[in-house]
Each structure stands twice: as structure tokens, then as C-alpha cells.
Design a binder for this molecule. Structure first.
Ligand code: UGA
Length: 476
């Protein structure tokens, strides 16, 4: 129980008058919550992370991060050791000892629907509200369908204990897996929605360091804050599907989508990021967020957004089929009993996350067609094995490539990009590589004897660029 004194004010959360920093609880300790908790401790606050999974709490309590996220284990250990950060399964205890409660639980896609499952967010918010022993600021960070915050305010209204005030506001998180620590410590913007003057001041205090470092603060209403996050992911997804649609034109016209993307990217209004054509997007966020937006926009009668997202999703999913088709073609019309070296299982580099991973989806599709898919990922072999135990897993790039009839580069890990193409050509059965992420140096691989095939680059563009340039030089 807290011993602090809190001065009550009309219609808003109060804060103690003596200037002690707010104490923080973080409910849900997955990628988002564990990183947020460690980052808050790094920013100088006392933080309690809460999770219903005792194994996760036990691991985090000794500084073990149960997933691969560069830099996070170091930060976590630092603050578990400093005593500023601890973890518990006891939400009542954490709530009683904190002033600001960040809700960081997942909003996965509902089974049998495109909608997001907000039941964990509802349960966590209600739990915090019921267990408040003094005024509390409940801050949603999870990605939610617009309108959720307002619903949560109604939901908790009759559950906040007598004499205690609670506010629900939204402060979406924009961290990327693989770069979660840097994104949290130095966010490119801080969006806070639905605040009163006092809760805005509390959040400005919480984010004082990044604000002082120049992070812009956008103060807005609750639905706008919820929608900023969803729209950001929808835009990123649209950018990827746009370049993949243009890649189709490139193939038909004999053009090279990688060069085209570089040229487009020089226009600062467009920018080069998220214009890498290839296998498309996956992971725990972009796919389910565009589907949730599709669902919510339809509910709201905003049909243009819904149909745009449908198209983005369709283009994205068709990229996986294109890679499967390229593999079948490379194997002469059937992959039955062909040995296929699969380089990559994670949905992107620098993570072991295989949720909705395009790489694993392709590996499994080829396996179902009778191929021997031999998968290697520098970090995600274990998580992949748990999701797809029937695939075979190799211990190294060379194991995956040895004897392969074709190899597929499905995640652009530096280890694959920098591999010794000549050595691998010796090991493979037929030196054919499908560069599904347009990440290989095609000239070097071609020179090493590989037949390089890529998405969005006609075979002429892939294999002849360097020779064409050489012959032009000799003519000159
Ligand atoms: C995404 C957003 O980028 C974050 O801002 C957001 O906070 C996060 O979702 C979230 O909602 O929590 P993340 O899922 O970590 O982050 O992954 P991204 O880096 O966005 O990549 C998503 C997918 O797009 C990956 O499969 C990646 O390979 C693919 N991608 C990315 C491309 O196919 N082409 C590109 O040019 C870029």
C-alpha cells in the first residue's frame, strides 16, 4: 500500500504536491511492455512490470529476456540490478505502488475475423481500475481499434474504488522490433490523446528526457491518438505493397525495381524507407493492424479505407505465392523431393519473431508440395521449430545450402547478405538462388556462378547489369 498523500481536484487525476517523480507500472511484458519498462527505468523512474505468466516474470526478474531483442537484456539487467525495475504477477500490488499505469498487452487478430481482439486490454484496464488505492493515470499503449479508449472509460466507470479518480488516455507506441530500445528511448514523436491539463503534465514529466532531446509532442483527442498508430502502420504497409505492385510492372517491362526504388527515394516527399520490394511484410503488427483497420473502417462506414487495406493485404499475400512459384520454376516445374535451402525464418532481421512470417509461410508451402525445406535462421530456428515442427532445420548457412537444388533468401540477415557466394556455389547441388528480399549483390553472386532470380527484377536485369555496363565501356 502506498503511504503517499494525494490532493484531490475536480474531474481529473491528482498528483501529490511534493515533487516526487511518478511511479510507474507496466501491464504486459511482451516486446512492447518489457522494453517500455526497461526504458522508463533508464529514464530514472521506479518501475514495476506486471505479467500473468509466472515463467516470464521469473525470467525478467533475473534479467533474462525471453525473446531476441538487441540491447534489451543489457538495459534490463542494469535496472534490475539498480533496483529501479522489478517484475511481479501481482497486479494489485503493482497498482497500489504506482501512479501511472501503462497498458502494454497484446491485441492479436481475433480468430475467424479481421477484428483486433481487445479483450486483454479490457481485462488489464479493468484490473488496474479495480485495484487503484489512490488516483491513477491509465495510459493505453497497445494498438487498438479507434473507439476503444472511450469504451474503456465507460467500462471502468463503476469499478474505480470510492474516493479514487482514474483517467484513461492513449499514448501509442511506435517501436520496431529489432530497434525497440532505441525507438523507446528516443521516439520520433510522442502522441498523447484524451488528456486533461494535469494528465498531460504528468506524461510530459514521464517523457521529460526525450522531450528535452527534441521529440515532438502531439496532444490530441482520444480517437485521433488511437488512429495515428493504426494509420502509421497502414501507411507503411501501403508503401510496401505499392512498391511490390510496381515490381510486377518492372518484371513485365524488363526494369529493375531496386534501382527504381533508389531513384524514387531521392525525392524527400517519398523517401527510400519501406520501398524494399520482395516477399512483403509480416510480423505481429502490420498484417493484423491493416486487417483490424479494414474491419473497423467498415463498421464506421469508411469504405474507401477498408477497400484500400484489402488491396494492400492482397498484394502482400500474393508475394508469398510468387516466391513459391519462382521456386517451382527453378526446380523445373515441381518441387517434389527437391532439396530447398531456406535462408531465413524470422519475419525480418534482428528478431526471433516468426509471427506471420512470410519466410516460414513460403518454407511450409514448399514442404506441403513435397519439397525437403531445410531452414536456417541465425536467431529464429527455435521459435520457428515451435511453430512448424515438421520442417527440417539446419545449424548453419552451409548446412542449409549443401546439396540444395535451389536456395531461397527469405530474410535479409547480414549473415546471408555477406555470405561467401563462391564457397556456397561449391556446396549446392545446382547453384540457383532466389533473392526474395532483393538483398544480394547480384553481380558478385552471378560472377561466383549463381543463377540469381529475384522478385521485381526481370532475369535480364538481375544477371546482365554488370556485363552490360562492361560491354558499354568497351564499346566506348
Ligand atoms: C511495425 C512498425 O514499423 C512500428 O513502427 C510499429 O510500432 C510496430 O509495427 C508495432 O505496431 O508495434 P515491426 O512489426 O517491428 O514494426 O516491423 P517493420 O520494421 O515495420 O517491418 C514489417 C515487415 O515489413 C517486415 O516483414 C519487413 O521485412 C517488411 N518490409 C519492411 C518490407 O517488406 N519492405 C520494406 O521496405 C520494409
Amino acid at each position: 500500500m502506498t503511504t503517499r498523500k494525494h490532493k484531490m481536484r475536480e474531474s481529473e487525476v491528482s498528483r501529490n504536491t511534493e515533487k516526487t517523480p511518478p511511479r510507474i507500472s507496466v501491464v504486459g511484458t511482451g516486446y512492447l511492455g518489457a522494453t517500455h519498462a526497461a526504458a522508463m527505468a533508464e529514464m530514472g523512474f521506479e518501475v514495476i512490470g506486471v505479467d500473468s505468466d509466472p515463467a516470464k516474470v521469473a525470467a525478467l526478474s533475473i534479467g533474462d529476456v525471453p525473446f531476441f531483442e538487441p540491447g534489451l537484456p543489457e538495459l534490463l539487467r542494469k535496472h534490475v540490478a539498480s533496483g529501479r525495475l522489478r517484475f511481479t504477477t501481482d497486479l494489485a500490488d503493482a497498482t497500489a505502488l504506482s501512479d501511472v499505469h501503462f497498458i502494454c498487452v497484446g491485441t492479436p487478430q481475433q480468430r475467424g475475423s479481421n477484428a483486433a481482439n481487445t479483450s486483454y486490454v479490457e481485462a488489464a484496464t479493468l484490473d488496474v481500475a479495480r485495484n487503484l488505492t489512490h488516483d491513477g493515470l491509465i495510459v493505453g499503449k497497445s494498438t487498438v481499434p479507434v473507439g476503444t479508449g472511450a469504451r474503456l472509460r465507460d467500462l471502468i466507470r463503476d469499478h474505480v474504488p470510492e474516493g479514487v479518480r482514474a483517467e484513461v488516455v492513449w499514448n501509442p507506441e511506435f517501436l520496431r522490433e529489432g530497434k525497440a530500445v532505441a525507438d523507446t528511448l528516443a521516439p520520433d514523436r510522442i502522441v498523447i490523446g484524451g488528456t486533461t491539463k494535469l494528465s498531460e503534465a504528468i506524461l510530459r514529466e514521464v517523457y521529460a528526457l526525450p522531450i528535452a532531446a527534441g521529440a515532438p509532442v502531439i496532444v490530441c483527442d482520444l480517437p485521433t491518438a488511437e488512429l495515428v498508430k493504426v494509420s502509421a502502420n497502414a501507411f507503411l504497409a501501403t508503401k510496401i505493397s505499392f512498391i511490390n505492385a510496381i515490381a510486377e510492372v518492372c518484371v513485365a517491362a524488363g526494369a529493375d525495381v531496386s534501382v527504381l526504388a533508389d531513384a524514387l527515394g531521392h525525392d524527400s516527399r517519398i523517401g527510400r524507407q519501406f520501398l524494399n520490394a520482395g516477399l512483403g511484410f509480416g510480423g505481429g503488427c502490420l498484417p493484423k493492424d491493416i486487417r483490424a483497420l479494414m474491419h473497423r473502417a467498415t463498421e464506421l462506414g469508411a469504405f474507401s479505407a477498408a477497400s484500400l487495406m484489402q488491396q494492400v493485404d492482397e498484394i502482400n499475400m500474393s508475394q508469398r505465392q510468387r516466391v513459391v512459384d519462382l521456386a517451382i520454376e527453378a526446380c523445373g516445374g515441381s518441387v517434389l523431393n527437391k532439396r530447398i535451402g531456406i535462408l531465413g525464418a524470422a519475419f525480418k532481421p534482428d528478431t526471433d519473431d516468426v509471427r506471420d512470417s512470410p519466410a516460414l509461410n513460403v518454407a511450409a508451402a514448399l514442404h506441403l508440395r513435397g519439397a525437403q525445406s531445410i531452414v536456417f535462421d541465425p536467431e529464429a530456428n527455435d521459435t520457428a521449430r515451435r511453430s512448424f515442427p515438421t520442417l527440417s532445420y539446419a545449424d548453419s548457412v552451409t548446412d542449409a545450402v549443401t546439396g540444395a537444388d535451389v536456395i531461397l533468401v527469405l530474410t535479409e540477415w547480414p549473415e546471408f547478405v555477406n555470405a561467401d557466394a563462391a564457397e556456397l556455389a561449391e556446396l549446392s547441388n545446382r547453384a540457383i538462388v532466389i533473392d526474395a528480399r532483393n538483398c544480394l549483390n547480384t553481380s558478385a553472386w552471378t560472377a561466383a556462378g549463381w543463377d540469381v532470380r529475384a522478385l521485381g527484377r526481370s532475369s535480364r536485369a538481375v544477371s546482365t547489369d554488370v556485363y552490360e555496363r562492361e560491354s558499354l565501356l568497351s564499346v566506348a
